[in-house]
Design a protein. Structure first.
Length: 279
């Protein structure tokens, strides 16, 4: 019975109609634009590698929200809950935005939907405001910090509605900052060099939170501290430190790759003989 109890959470899947419906709509929109570009003879702008990247990003997000990670993270291990957050707010979103950069971003929404939205003045103003680099950063920082305050964190663990709100806020915050980094529509709100600096700012902001969690002397969240059953034999404080490691490693990989690519791009533009350098 003990072995079954220990392995069951790792096999637990949840059925979330909203998550599955959202993923289905996103994939449908992507392939609508994907087909339109290819039918116009621009397969170079819509290669199958982009489709694979987009589906992978959506798949990672869906898995994080309905797979065993959700159950284990909510009920047993803080480190797995942290893994869920970084997959939803970073990796999944980063892959989908990289997949749609360029003309695919313009063709993502059907024209019948894009035109009315583009003519909605309040929506344009709201997007223009939240997509200011400084505002996007502050929304991201506020989201990450607020949801790690013990009262809010525990509230998300005990209330399905609050937990869903937490996930939505992480998706929104992730979309905002990764839009600044990837610049999928080519708005050039930031130069390439500034985007690299933006990545560095996000990384070090995240590290501050990770260090607070890692070096806390006592467990921060009662839900994990009071667990009678310790999955993987991890103590509450060890699990908490591991959650900080998860955050550090994931951000090192995602933001680290973004920084290297942007730095190389900025260096290439400054190189003698490049169009930007000549201009």
């Amino acid at each position: 019975m003990t072995a079954i109890a220990e392995t069951t959470p790792w096999l637990s899947w949840s059925f979330s109609p909203l998550v599955l419906a959202g993923a289905t709509v996103a994939i449908a929109f992507f392939f609508h634009g994907f087909r339109r570009l290819r039918r116009r003879g621009r397969a170079d702008l819509a290669p199958w590698s982009r489709a694979a990247l987009f589906v992978t990003g959506v798949g990672i997000t869906v898995f994080a929200l309905v797979g065993p990670i959700d159950t284990v993270g909510e009920e047993y291990l803080q480190s797995v809950h942290m893994l869920q957050h970084v997959l939803v707010a970073d990796l999944g979103i980063a892959l989908t935005l990289v997949a749609v950069r360029g003309p695919l971003a313009v063709f993502f929404l059907p024209r019948s939907l894009l035109v009315p939205l583009a003519h909605t003045r309040w929506l344009r103003r709201a997007l223009a405001f939240v997509l200011r680099p400084s505002v996007s950063y502050l929304v991201w920082v506020g989201t990450v910090v607020v949801w790690h305050v013990p009262a809010a964190y525990e509230g998300a663990l005990t209330s399905p509605v609050v937990h869903s709100l937490e996930h939505v806020s992480f998706v929104v915050a992730g979309l905002l900052v990764w839009t600044q980094i990837v610049d999928p529509t080519g708005h050039h709100r930031l130069t390439v060099g500034e985007r690299a600096g933006y990545v560095a700012l996000l990384f070090w902001t995240g590290q501050i939170l990770a260090y607070v969690i890692a070096f806390a002397a006592e467990p921060l969240y009662d839900t994990y501290a009071d667990q009678a059953e310790r999955l993987l034999g991890l103590s509450a404080i060890t699990d908490q430190k591991l959650s900080a490691v998860v955050m550090i490693v994931e951000q090192t990989l995602t933001l680290g790759v973004a920084f290297v690519l942007l730095y190389r791009q900025a260096s290439a533009r400054r190189a003698p003989g490049s169009p930007e350098h000549v201009g």
